[in-house]
Design a protein around this ligand. Structure first.
Ligand code: MSP
Length: 517
């Protein structure tokens, strides 16, 4: 087993069904988890649902359901979405689990032991939609003079007895953290926002509620439940067995918390402060990705443009959707999707570029060589040059993924695909069949090697389709360490494996008539 690599998504509020924004985050985290597994890391990938808080209470009331029933029902939709999108999570956590209550109470007690919790009265603004407290100075004025949170959500005046966390005490330690660990918050634009916010001064944070009871009970304090973000953030620790010192402890500290830009403050300010207080190691990186928009607009129930991700996967295919999202959106920035954009990109890059390369090469071999692996034939410099170009593309994708530059990584891979297509057009093995069969063998051999490297490389992005291509040539997806190993080819050719007439792995998409995403 390699070094542990712990990656998490945000845990979603199961107050409604999942949408494509949730799917986007899960897919990005999944591609990174698969990428690290491929490199031999001992990966733990956690996702799940954030089930407490006033928002859930209100949603249940509106739905006429018990809150625990709504949470269970919607949580199962989130889990089903992950399964429908090939999300390879190791743990799907629900914050209503007893183990999670125990972990939340343990971190609470550790913060209390540090002298960082005190009882007082909270009076101020609260946004149920964001589950966040806001200072008066942060509010903005909406239509008709209504006070809104900086995220544009309604706020309500709240006054109750609560526990406070001494967040103010952590202002300087947090600023020191951002200075000494520049990768703690990424991308840089989010980091700058957080630094500005913390430099502006931190008030102590209300961390319990007494006006409702749907939450983790505060130990030894009847009538108080924890502020939902205290328990929500702790989910990351629960997943490693905290407070027990079990074998799963090796996953802490997390390598990467992947979250949306709207919740960076909770992850990059409150969370490290809680951990410092409880004397627990800090995660290495919090990455705030951008928002996915629909045709450039925010998705919302009132605009009617909220689409169930499983419907999109049904319409276009799981791998096509995954590829599109990771390729289209520059990771960290907002991005937009539409049915046309999905069809255009997937057809150009997957169906026409990579799919066609594999299809024409393998069907040519099946037809003209009876599926036998091409022989060394008559090699030329161009062959070695192509393999080198493909290896360089694979290495560039690796470097980009290590740096969380997902779209750039896929683009690098695509350069390898384009190089192969230029090669196949220029070398025209179909013409060589009659004029120079030895040369034809060398060309096809080079292409099979290149296709294998490209399929292994893109596996984290399109796991099912890439595995099918590898199956067609009898290659093992786990061969990653030996990606550029010529020995694989010789062994495979000697094994007598035959390439069967392949079915296309990346079919061309049509614009679906009935779906209008
Ligand atoms: N429950 C909190 C997170 C707690 S983490 C300890 C929450 N839940 S959420 O359901 O509102 O959002 C879950 C994740 O989805 C967040 O990272 C959020 O940023 C992300 N997204 C929600 N809408 C999105 C888009 N339209 N586009 C991309 N990501 C979006 O926040």
């Amino acid at each position: 087993m390699g070094d542990p690599f712990y990656i998490t998504t945000a845990i979603s509020y199961p107050n409604g069904r999942p949408h494509i924004g949730h799917a986007y985050e899960a897919i990005a985290a999944d591609a990174l988890a698969r990428f690290q597994r491929q490199r031999g890391r001992d990966v733990r990938f956690q996702t799940g649902t954030d089930e407490h808080g006033l928002k859930m209470v209100q949603a249940a009331r509106e739905a006429g359901k018990r809150v625990e029933d709504l949470a269970a029902e919607m949580s199962s939709h989130f889990k089903a979405m992950c399964d429908a999108l090939d999300i390879s999570y190791d743990r799907f956590i629900r914050t209503t689990e007893p183990a999670h209550h125990r972990a939340s109470q343990a971190i609470w007690e550790a913060m209390a032991a540090a002298g960082d919790l005190y009882l007082d009265r909270y009076e101020g603004w609260y946004s149920v939609r964001d589950e966040a407290f806001y200072d008066e100075k942060e509010l903005v004025v909406g239509e008709g003079g209504a006070k809104l949170s900086p995220q544009g959500t309604p706020v309500e005046w709240t006054a109750e007895e609560t526990w406070f966390f001494r967040l103010s005490k952590y202002q300087q330690p947090l600023l020191d953290l951002y200075a000494s660990q520049p990768d703690f918050i990424r991308p840089e634009s989010r980091r700058n926002e957080v630094v500005r916010f913390v430099e502006g001064g931190l008030s102590d944070l209300s961390v319990s509620r007494t006006s409702f009871h749907w939450g983790v009970p505060v130990p030894g304090s009847d009538g108080h439940v924890m502020y939902v973000w205290v328990d929500a953030l702790t989910n990351y620790l629960t997943g490693t067995g905290y407070p027990d010192t079990t074998g799963d402890n090796r996953y802490w500290p997390a390598d990467l918390h992947l979250i949306g830009k709207d919740i960076v403050r909770f992850h990059a300010v409150y969370w490290p402060a809680f951990l410092m207080s409880a004397k627990i190691a800090l995660p290495k990186t919090v990455f705030g990705h951008g928002f996915l928009l629909h045709r450039g607009e925010k998705m919302s129930k009132s605009l009617g443009n909220v689409v169930d991700p499983s419907e999109l996967a049904d319409a276009f295919g799981i791998d096509a959707l995954r590829y599109f999202l990771l390729r289209e959106v520059s990771f960290g920035q907002d991005g937009s999707y539409s049915a046309e954009a999905i069809v255009t990109r997937v057809n150009a890059e997957l169906a026409n570029a990579f799919g066609n390369l594999a299809q024409r090469t393998l069907s040519f071999i099946a037809k003209n060589l009876d599926g036998e692996f091409p022989k060394s034939g008559k090699p030329e410099d161009a062959d070695g040059i192509l393999i080198e170009e493909v290896i360089v593309a694979a290495a560039a994708m690796k470097a980009a993924f290590e740096d969380l530059a997902l779209s750039q990584g896929v683009e690098a891979w695509l350069r390898g695909v384009f190089a192969c297509n230029q090669y196949i057009d220029a070398r025209a093995p179909w013409a060589l069949r009659k004029t120079d069969p030895d040369r034809m063998h060398a060309v096809l051999r080079t292409l099979v090697r290149a296709i294998r490297i490209l399929a292994i490389t893109i596996l984290p992005v399109v796991p099912t389709a890439a595995a099918k291509v590898l199956d067609q040539i009898g290659a093992d997806a786990r061969d990653h360490a030996a990606i550029d190993d010529d020995g694989w080819y010789e062994a495979q050719a000697a094994s007598g494996f035959r390439i069967a007439p392949p079915t296309p792995v990346f079919p061309r998409l049509e614009l679906p008539a009935e779906v209008n995403p």
